[in-house]
Design a binder for this molecule. Structure first.
Ligand code: NAD
Length: 306
């Protein structure tokens, strides 16, 4: 019998999809790190989201760990190399939330271009601001997609269906796939220079950390829109604050610090050109169900080969 410790909120479907003849599940969403360190040695499988850092300390204390399972995609809070060195399998659900994140990206872009946030807030406040703001269409604009993986490629499909011109920057050669959408794979700086809107879909790596910084922000054209539904650390938010007045709008689903505490983040959040959602890219019924299925399947496979 494998003992499973789940340390964050997951769906009931996930809990019931682990075969009860082989897995005994302990559900402790929100357990503090100190407590986790005291109990982790009793478990074979650890299931978590992005809240806790699953680094050397947790791995060393987990003498019986066989599988680390990220309930979602990003593995940037896990020391994968160290886990693998110790013979622990690391699994996630990489495909499950692509549709939800891509749809949120499109929604954020529409909200910014049509100034929907201001209109909706003012009407709810008793106003009727018709004529106060003028929106812009997505049709005919160029969208620069940075990272053409599962989410970025889907955003590209949606955007091209809306009549946007797609530009892509990726370290892989994806030019043929992009060409099928009538788009073009280009160099990073060319994308920043030419795009009316820029959407980030890269994983967090040493290469992508602060890839949007003071220098690269200065290459974005005046009135350009920036959307980040990838990882907060891809954008240097101090630099973003410096450039914000020149940009057309910014939408962020992810921040360098979540929940935000630093003063500069609150300045950014409260800025009229910025909208922020609390890391809800995968927070749909459908994505959570898909994560549950994909992750349970990956855990059951992983315990067979470690
Ligand atoms: P993916 O691995 O399918 O695609 C990532 C793409 O980025 C790949 O094409 C890769 O070649 C490219 N890439 C990697 N390093 C690069 C670099 N230095 N420069 C340019 N391109 C680079 O990933 P995905 O599933 O599409 O996820 C994309 C991002 O979305 C990740 O950061 C993930 O953590 C994030 N995400 C966010 C949420 C949310 O709730 N907002 C949910 C799921 C995923």
């Amino acid at each position: 019998m494998y003992k499973v410790l789940v340390v964050d909120r997951v769906s009931q479907k996930f809990l019931s999809s682990l075969d009860s003849n082989r897995f005994e599940v302990c559900y402790r969403p929100g357990i503090p790190l100190e407590e986790l360190l005291n109990v982790v040695q009793d478990y074979h499988v650890l299931v978590f989201r992005g809240r806790l850092k699953i680094g050397k300390e947790v791995i060393d204390r987990g003498a019986n760990l066989k599988v680390l399972a990220r309930y979602g995609i990003g593995l940037d809070n896990v020391d994968v190399e160290y886990a693998v060195k110790k013979g622990i399998a690391v699994v996630n659900a990489p495909k499950a939330s692509a549709i939800s994140v891509a749809e949120l990206t499109l929604a954020l872009m529409l909200i910014v271009f049509r100034r929907l946030y201001s209109f909706i807030c003012e009407v709810k406040g008793g106003g009727w601001p018709k004529g106060k703001y003028l929106g812009r269409e997505l049709y005919g604009k160029s969208l620069g997609i940075i990272g053409f993986g599962k989410i970025g490629s889907r955003v590209a499909h949606y955007a091209s269906a809306l009549g946007m011109r797609v530009l892509v920057y990726d370290i892989r050669d994806v030019s043929q796939e992009v060409a099928k959408l009538g788009g073009k794979q280009v160099e990073f700086e060319k994308l920043l220079n030419e795009a009316d809107a820029i959407s980030l879909h890269v994983p967090l790596t040493p290469l992508t950390w602060h890839m949007i910084n003071d220098r690269t922000l200065s290459l974005i054209r005046d009135g350009g829109v920036l959307v980040n539904t990838s990882r907060g650390e891809v954008v240097d938010t101090h630099a973003l604050l410096k450039h914000i007045d020149r940009l057309g709008g910014v939408a962020l689903d992810v921040l360098e610090q979540e929940p935000p505490r630093d003063e500069h983040l609150w300045k950014l959040i409260m800025h009229p050109k910025v909208i922020v959602t609390p890391h809800i890219g995968a927070e749909t019924e459908e994505a959570l169900d898909r994560i549950a299925e994909e992750l349970a399947r990956n855990i059951m496979e992983a315990v067979n080969w470690v």
